[in-house]
Design a protein around this ligand. Structure first.
Ligand SMILES: [Zn+2]
Length: 239
């Protein structure tokens, strides 16, 4: 009996039971804390990283792209941390929590668009690229509108939207004549895709959502590195 109790209490601390698809998983106190910490940790580095890109900008396109990308990157971590803090400490304020949860989901679309912006704006790309420059923002706006009206209603649809938006612009990037940075882009993309497994594992794997956060952070770090290295600091050697 003791063993069962012990196991029960350990499970209760690190993971709660899985919930049916139409309900939201309730994290344990430890999971709440981990959800906040795993994104709060990246707020300062993302703000610093954004200013580094500003510092390296040489023309207005580079400055604009640095601003857009930096805003998307930092707001992802800031809004996610805010939402998880509210979900942890202020979950009794239902409508406030709901609002933050919607923002948490909306910002992902803008983060995806912002991650592509430097590549689409600063690289010489094929004839499709000029359309993709604005198309990513149209997709982000559609995604945001979708969240506003159907938040949490069709969860699988949400996941499909994120995946389409994440993968579709990559097809344009793949066609670019200059291939440097492609490897990092694919590695970062693979991190996000692997992370989805944990995003869907609440109540199966302890700390699943915090693990998903870490995959997002690593993917974002790899993408940042590629942008910093190949779009902002690469000096062209003319022979
Ligand atoms: Zn989260």
């Amino acid at each position: 009996v003791k063993k069962v109790n012990l196991r029960g209490s350990v499970c209760y601390r690190f993971m709660n039971n899985r919930v049916p698809p139409h309900k939201r998983y309730q994290p344990t106190e430890y999971e709440h804390a981990a959800n906040c910490a795993t994104h709060a940790l990246w707020i300062i580095p993302s703000l610093l990283g954004s200013s580094v890109l500003h510092f390296h900008s040489e023309d207005q396109w580079e400055r604009l792209s640095a601003w857009v990308y930096g805003a998307g990157l930092s707001s992802l971590f800031i809004i996610s941390t805010l939402f998880h803090t509210v979900a942890w400490k202020k979950s009794h304020l239902r409508s406030v929590e709901h609002c933050f949860h919607m923002c948490d989901r909306m910002v992902i679309y803008f983060f995806i668009a912002a991650s592509y912006a430097p590549w689409l704006n600063l690289r010489e790309l094929g004839p499709w690229a000029c359309h993709m420059r604005w198309l990513v923002w149209v997709m982000a706006s559609f995604g945001t509108t979708y969240v506003f009206f159907f938040h949490e209603r069709y969860k699988i649809m949400e996941l499909i939207c994120y995946t389409v938006m994440g993968v579709f612009p990559a097809l344009v990037i793949l066609s670019m004549p200059e291939q440097s940075g492609l490897c990092e882009l694919l590695v970062g993309g693979a991190c996000y895709c692997l992370g989805i497994v944990f995003f869907k594992s609440d109540g199966i794997v302890p700390f699943a959502h915090a693990i998903w956060h870490l995959f997002v952070a690593v993917g974002a770090a790899v993408h940042y590195y590629a942008i910093w290295r190949y779009l902002y600091t690469q000096t062209v050697v003319l022979l």
